[in-house]
Write a protein that binds this ligand. Structure first.
Ligand code: EPZ
Length: 420
C-alpha cells in the first residue's frame, strides 16, 4: 500500500526569514536523460532530491545506467546501456520519461517507451516529439500503449514546431546532437532549462547555437563526452515562495535563485502590491497588507509561467477586487479551482478562463492535492487561511518540491507532515 502522507497547516501566519531554493526539477530531468548520449559518467551538482529525480534514476537504471545521489551531487554512469524499454509503471507516473527517446534513438537506433501519463489535467499529447524524431529519420509505430522507434544513423533536418513545446525541443536536441549534418529547430522553446541542456551538451563536445531563442541550430558530432554541470535554481519553487510572501503579507529573502528567470512573475506580484528587491542570485519579497487584483495570462517562456498559474490564483483569491486568469498553455489546468473554493475562495471557471472575486479571508479546510503545482497553491491558501487545513496526497508535492514543509517551518509556518 503506497504510504499516503498529508500536510496539516494551522493559519493564518506571516512568513518571515530566508529560504534557499533547490536545483530546478525541469532542468535536471533532461540533463539526466541526456547522460545516455555519452559513454561515460556524468556529474550533476545542485540536484534536488525529489520523487521525480528518484523516478528518473529508476528509469535510467532500467536501461542499465547506474546513478547515485548524495548531498546534491548526482553521478550517472551511462557506459553500459543494455535495455531500451521504458516500462508503463514508471512512465505513467512521470511524463518526462519520454526524454528517453532522444538519447536512445540517437545512440542505439532504438527505443520502446510507454505513452506518458504525468499530471492529472487534460490531454498531454506527444505528437510534436514524434514529428521531430520522425523528421530526423526514426521510424515510429504505436502499439499496445507503447511507442516503438527504430532508426539507422539519424540525419539532420529542418523542423518547425507548431507549438514551442519544452519536451519536444528537449527530445529533438538530444536526438540531433549525434545525427549526420545540421538540424534547425524553428519555434523552439526558450525556457532556461533548454539553455542549460545545450550548455551541458556543448561542454561534452556538442555543436549547438541559438539555445534560449526560437531558432536552435545543431550540427551533429560523432560522440558526446560525459559532462559535469551545475543545475540552475528552480524558478517555479522561487516563484512559489515569492507568492507565499505575497499571500501571507510576510517578508522572505529567497536565496540561490535567478530573478532573471522570473520576470513576468515578479511583474505580476508587484502589480498585486508585493515589493520585490532583486539581488545577485537572490530576491527579497515583502507582501502588502492587502493585495490588489490583477489579470494574468500564462504563455510560453518568457511569458507568465503556466507552472505558476495555480499559485497566483491562490494569491488573488484574497485580493481586494476581481481578477481573471487565462491559461493559454494548458486550457484544462484548473483542478485546483474546486479545492481552493473549499477554503471559501470565490472562483468561477469558464473554459480556460477563471474569474476570481477576492474575499476578505480564507477558512482552513480538508483538501486534496491533484498535481505538483496545484498542491503548492493549496499550501499557500492553507498558510493564509484561518484555522486548520489538511492536504491529502502529498506525494504530488514531493514530486516537485524538496522538503517544502521544512523550508516553510523555518520561516514561521505551522505545517507538519502526518503519515497515514
Ligand atoms: C514542461 O512540460 C514542464 N515539465 C511542465 O512542468 C510545464 O508546465 C510545461 O513544460 C510548459 O511550460 C517538464 O519540464 C518536465 P510542453 P512539457 O511540451 O514539455 C502541447 C511541472 O509542474 N504539446 O511545453 O510536457 C501541450 O499539450 C510541469 O513541473 C503538444 O500539443 O510541456 C501544451 O499545451 C507540469 N504536443 C503545450 O504544448 C506535444 O507533442 C506545451 O507543452 C507536446 C506538447
Amino acid at each position: 500500500m503506497k504510504q499516503v502522507d498529508r500536510f496539516i497547516i494551522n493559519g493564518p501566519c506571516r512568513l518571515e526569514g530566508s529560504v534557499r531554493v533547490s536545483g530546478a526539477k525541469n532542468a535536471v530531468l533532461p540533463l539526466m536523460a541526456a547522460s545516455m548520449l555519452t559513454g561515460g559518467t556524468c556529474i550533476l551538482d545542485n540536484v534536488p532530491d525529489l520523487r521525480d529525480t528518484r523516478t528518473m534514476m529508476q528509469l535510467l537504471a532500467g536501461f542499465g545506467a547506474v546513478s547515485s545521489l548524495e548531498g546534491g551531487r548526482l553521478e550517472v554512469d551511462a557506459s553500459r546501456i543494455t535495455s531500451f524499454e521504458a516500462p508503463y509503471d514508471l512512465v505513467r507516473t512521470m511524463r518526462a520519461s519520454i526524454y528517453a527517446f532522444g538519447p536512445l534513438v540517437a545512440r542505439f537506433g532504438k527505443a520502446r517507451v510507454s505513452m506518458p501519463g504525468g499530471c492529472a489535467w487534460g490531454p498531454r499529447p506527444v505528437d510534436l516529439h514524434l514529428k521531430g524524431l520522425g523528421a530526423l529519420g526514426a521510424e515510429l509505430t504505436i502499439e499496445h500503449g507503447y511507442i516503438n522507434a527504430k532508426a539507422g544513423k539519424l540525419r539532420g533536418a529542418e523542423i518547425t514546431l507548431t507549438i514551442p513545446s519544452v519536451g519536444a525541443t528537449v527530445n529533438i536536441i538530444m536526438a540531433a546532437v549525434l545525427a549526420e549534418g545540421r538540424t534547425v529547430i524553428e519555434n523552439a522553446a526558450r525556457e532556461p532549462e533548454i539553455t542549460e541542456l545545450a550548455l551541458a551538451l556543448k561542454s561534452g563536445g556538442a555543436r549547438i547555437e541559438g539555445e534560449g531563442t526560437s531558432r536552435i541550430t545543431i550540427d551533429g558530432v560523432s560522440s558526446i563526452a560525459a559532462y559535469k554541470h551545475r543545475v540552475i535554481p528552480d524558478r517555479i519553487e522561487a516563484g512559489t515562495f515569492a507568492a507565499a510572501a505575497a499571500i501571507t503579507g510576510g517578508r522572505i529573502e529567497i536565496l540561490n535563485c535567478a530573478p532573471s528567470h522570473l520576470g513576468a512573475v515578479i511583474e505580476k506580484l508587484e502589480e498585486c502590491g508585493a515589493r520585490i528587491v532583486c539581488g545577485d542570485g537572490s530576491m527579497t519579497v515583502t507582501g502588502p497588507e492587502r493585495l490588489n487584483p490583477a489579470n494574468v495570462e500564462t504563455g510560453f517562456y518568457p511569458s507568465f509561467a503556466t507552472d505558476m498559474q495555480a499559485q497566483i490564483m491562490a494569491v488573488l483569491s484574497i485580493a481586494r477586487g476581481t481578477s481573471t486568469i487565462v491559461d493559454r498553455v494548458y486550457p484544462d489546468r484548473f483542478t485546483h479551482v474546486p479545492e481552493l473554493c473549499r477554503f471559501g475562495a470565490k472562483i468561477a471557471r469558464d473554459g480556460n478562463v477563471a474569474v476570481i472575486t477576492g474575499v476578505e479571508k480564507l477558512e482552513g479546510a480538508p483538501v486534496m492535492a491533484t498535481d505538483i503545482r496545484a498542491s503548492s497553491a493549496l499550501i499557500l491558501a492553507g498558510l493564509a487561511a484561518a484555522g486548520e487545513t489538511t492536504i491529502l496526497r502529498v506525494y504530488h508535492i514531493d514530486r516537485g518540491y524538496e522538503r517544502i514543509e521544512e523550508k516553510l517551518r523555518a520561516i514561521g509556518a505551522a505545517i507538519r507532515r502526518a503519515r497515514d
